[in-house]
Design a protein around this ligand. Structure first.
Ligand code: NOJ
Ligand code: CA
Length: 541
């Protein structure tokens, strides 16, 4: 068995703009992350993944990169990055950076020179520039829609002021897609990966990893409207099947060519010492397609987003666990589990209930593979409610407010209830924080053994120390009443989850003890277990 650190790790996502502001400009920064590394270590995590901190006009929260080998002055300097890597390593934490290979920012020098160069020039060939359709070329080259709403093409003015060509952007118009059929693009990314690997980074999260190959660039999409619907990140209520139907045959996702790119990247990662890793953000359907990204000569992990959208239903949850484990096992990769990230409603908000959120978290922390935790998830935060005037997400603007976008889950963290802006910043934060977050600040929760934070710390500590949890042992399912999940991790950890709204009673081994519970009201005597509504328990037998 491969014992690489990332196979059974807990990886914490930092969204730097919202983590901690040390210079009073209202935006979180890298010195803020460095300052709170001891806090992150105290959670019992193994690695920190940072969302982008590269120079950016910030049209899409930094996922619009204008220099992939630099640091935006709002976040700090290259010296800060170096210090962050070193300080993390000193504490025994690994560091993962985000790379954004599908697109650059329109502020990147490459795009600026493409605009000032003529059609057909090598400068334009780094992106996807095409003439429009129709007699005067005033219709986009195909019918693709942007994932943020509106058409995926924008027409430029040529240098002489005439109406010009169109360029492709699957996201905002400020995020022109790169042409991966052009070797200049792959060489530049190799340079970027090496730049950060040479500085000691332990891995990469790869943005839109399924989108790079565009061999069907002029092929119309059979149903472009349905796609943006399927990809709406507030997907609550959409079933796996209906989403899969909408996401079938998308001409710009999950093309065969992406795998050649990752085979080359894998060789590069393997040429470095220190067990470097990669994780793909790739929304592919059906889920069996996901395993193709983590074949032994490709990437190390792919996010499994099932739990990000899952219904609080025991049959659906069991199906997702079994399917995920068997799909990744077939290629020898570990599973991953994600409850929250910077693109989706927070788990308490989505499940509309803190007990359910805790129960799902405790179930998740008991599973084999790697767990991704999004900053503030450990505090049980809900999405902030944000007025339309304060919104910043391009999704809000491109859909004319139909989709509210993702700002709600990006509100800056509450650290200290007694300080201005809960200790996030001495100035107004870039998004307003809910008043009730005082009770949920880190310092209020640290002193409360019943808090979300104490609950997360305990399960993550047990995940490290318990022999059934600290590596990838299999799951053995036990029979359970409707609405209940009952399974065992090899070597003595039993997990019972009650997804119903009423108390349930089941028989377990007479020698069991309670190790951890998601809420109070659990009783165990002589193998007779009583579980309150919406709860999970860990037992040791
Ligand atoms: C996925 C990122 O997580 C999201 O925040 C971003 O808007 C898109 N990719 C485009 O880069
Ligand atoms: Ca700052």
């Amino acid at each position: 068995m491969n014992n690489s650190w990332w196979r059974n790790a807990v990886i914490y996502q930092v969204y730097p703009r919202s983590f901690l502001d040390t210079n009073g400009d209202g935006d979180g920064d890298l010195p803020g992350v460095i300052e709170r590394l001891p806090y992150l270590k105290s959670l019992g995590i193994d690695a920190v993944w940072l969302s982008p901190f590269y120079p950016t006009p910030n049209k899409d929260g930094g996922y619009d990169v204008s220099d992939p080998r630099g640091v935006d002055p709002r976040f700090g300097t290259l010296t800060d990055v170096q210090k962050l890597i070193e300080s993390a390593h000193e504490l025994g934490l690994r560091i993962i950076f985000d790379v954004v290979p599908n697109h650059f920012s329109s502020d990147h020098p490459w795009f600026k020179s493409a605009l000032s160069s003529p059609p057909g020039s090598p400068e334009r060939a780094r992106f996807h520039f095409f003439d429009g359709r129709g007699a005067s070329g005033d219709e986009p080259p195909n019918n693709w829609n942007s994932l943020f709403g509106g058409p995926a093409w924008t027409r430029i003015a040529e240098s002489d002021g005439s109406f010009g060509q169109w360029y492709l952007h699957l996201f905002d118009a400020s995020q022109p897609d790169l042409n991966w059929a052009n070797p200049e693009v792959s060489l530049d990314f190799e340079k970027t990966l090496r730049f950060w690997l040479d500085r000691g980074v332990d891995g990469f999260r790869i943005d839109v990893a399924h989108g790079l190959a565009k061999d069907q660039i002029l092929v119309d999409h059979r149903d472009p409207k349905s796609l943006s619907q399927a990809l709406r990140l507030d997907f609550v209520g959409m079933t796996q099947e209906s989403r899969a139907g909408l996401l079938r045959d998308v001409p710009f996702f999950d093309r065969e060519g992406v795998h050649d790119i990752y085979r080359a990247w894998r060789k590069l990662f393997d040429s470095y010492d220190g067990d470097r890793m990669s994780v793909a953000e790739a929304w592919v359907y059906p889920s069996s397609r996901a395993a193709r990204y983590v074949r032994p000569d490709e990437l190390h992990q792919i996010f499994n987003f099932d739990f990000l959208m899952i219904d609080w239903n025991s049959d659906v949850i069991r199906e997702a666990i079994e399917r995920t484990l068997s799909e990744v096992a077939a290629v020898g990769a570990p599973a991953t589990w994600v409850l929250c990230n910077h693109d989706s409603p927070r788990i308490v908000t989505r499940l509309k209930d803190a007990n359910r959120a805790r129960a799902l978290a405790l179930l998740t922390h008991s599973l084999p593979g790697s767990i991704y935790i999004y900053q503030g998830e450990e505090l049980g935060l809900e999405d902030g409610s944000i007025s339309d005037e304060a919104r910043q997400d391009p999704m809000f603007f491109r859909t004319h407010g139909i989709d509210k976008g993702r700002d709600g889950c990006r509100v800056p963290l509450p650290w200290d209830a007694a300080m201005p802006n809960f200790g996030f910043s001495s100035q107004d934060p870039w998004l307003p924080q809910p008043a009730q977050w005082a009770k949920q600040s880190v310092n209020s929760q640290e002193v409360d053994p019943e808090s979300f934070l104490s609950f997360y710390r305990k399960s993550l500590a047990l995940r490290k120390s318990h022999p059934a949890l600290n590596h990838e042992t299999p799951i053995i399912w036990h029979h359970a009443p409707k609405g209940v999940l009952h399974f065992e991790r090899e070597w003595g950890l039993v997990v019972v989850v009650n997804t119903t709204d009423y108390k349930v009673e089941i028989e377990v081994s007479a020698t069991s003890n309670i190790l951890h519970i998601s809420r109070s009201g659990v009783h165990l005597a002589n193998g007779h277990l009583k579980l309150p509504a919406n709860s999970t328990v860990w037992l040791e037998s």
